[in-house]
Design a protein around this ligand. Structure first.
Ligand code: BT5
Length: 251
């Protein structure tokens, strides 16, 4: 906490040896009126969540963090905070470790084509009353990717760098960059966010394939709309996809 350079994010920080899921714990805190910027970190999670009931494997050595945000944003804009988290995380990994980081739509953080981190945005409570957003961020840091299930195409910072990283420092920089992104969105700079996101995107302006419900769509990945939808150009026809049960593959 001494390393923090933020105003709000991480000023309330709770560290646990083990939790089922940091997202679940911070949702409880949200219900009990937790403050904007509260952070929960666990050294390991026993049932880490991915999107759509998927499992996020969370052994010792990773950064498993959840954040409670009460941003001054409309519901629609608040949903963009998962994009902000992707940008902040990609920028942090690039700056700290000089790595070439990419974001694979909708929100996988990949290095050398393999997933190094994931983001899970959730809404806590009623949007109409208190707008509370939960951001869960998982970074494969100080463990070997071989500890994960063999079928998962993952990579870790330790695999790439050959040594462990300082998790406190990583956390402080991530929260600093994320706070900047939250503030820029609060100031209405959606275009800036889209631009930064696009600069990290896998397959932008290139042929990609989108798999959705067993159907494959080929086309040029033109970018994302303000609402985060992906725009595919199929021979002059634009089609859009929302995240969900959709996956993207660069050709
Ligand atoms: C995500 O889901 O990528 C969101 C992951 C969010 C994890 C954080 S950790 C702190 C907080 N607390 C939680 O409980 N969750 C958040 P999704 O896009 O659905 O990706 C899930 C898929 O990634 C799984 O189905 C696996 O194939 C793969 N996977 C699981 N564990 C992984 C890991 N450690 N590294 C890379 N890939 C993994």
């Amino acid at each position: 906490q001494q390393e923090l350079r933020t105003q709000a994010l991480g000023r309330q920080l709770f560290l646990f040896e083990e939790l089922p899921s940091t997202n679940d714990r911070i949702k409880d805190m949200a219900r009990q009126g937790g403050e904007h910027g509260t952070v929960v970190i666990a050294k390991r999670q026993t049932i880490g969540h991915g999107r759509m009931q998927r499992v996020w494997e969370s052994p010792d050595g990773g950064l498993w963090l959840s954040l409670l945000l009460k941003p001054r944003l409309s519901l629609g804009d608040a949903a963009k905070l998962t994009l902000s988290a992707g940008v902040a995380l990609a920028q942090t990994l690039q700056d700290l470790y000089r790595l070439e980081v990419r974001i694979k739509w909708p929100n996988d953080i990949v290095i050398q084509g393999r997933k190094i981190a994931g983001i899970l945005g959730e809404v806590a409570g009623e949007w109409n009353t208190v707008q509370t957003l939960i951001l869960g961020i998982g970074v494969n840091a100080n463990f070997s990717g071989q500890t994960l299930s063999p079928k998962i195409p993952a990579i870790t910072l330790q695999d790439i760098l050959g040594h462990e990283v300082n998790l406190n420092h990583l956390t402080a920089e991530l929260l600093f960059n994320l706070e900047k992104e939250v503030q820029s969105l609060e100031q209405g700079d959606v275009q800036g966010l889209i631009q930064r996101w696009t600069s990290f995107a896998v397959g932008i302006n290139r042929p990609v394939r989108i798999e959705k419900a067993g159907i494959s769509y080929g086309g040029i990945f033109k970018g994302i709309r303000e609402n985060g939808e992906l725009v595919l150009d199929q021979e002059g026809q634009e089609i859009t996809f929302s995240s969900g049960e959709v996956s993207l593959r660069a050709e």
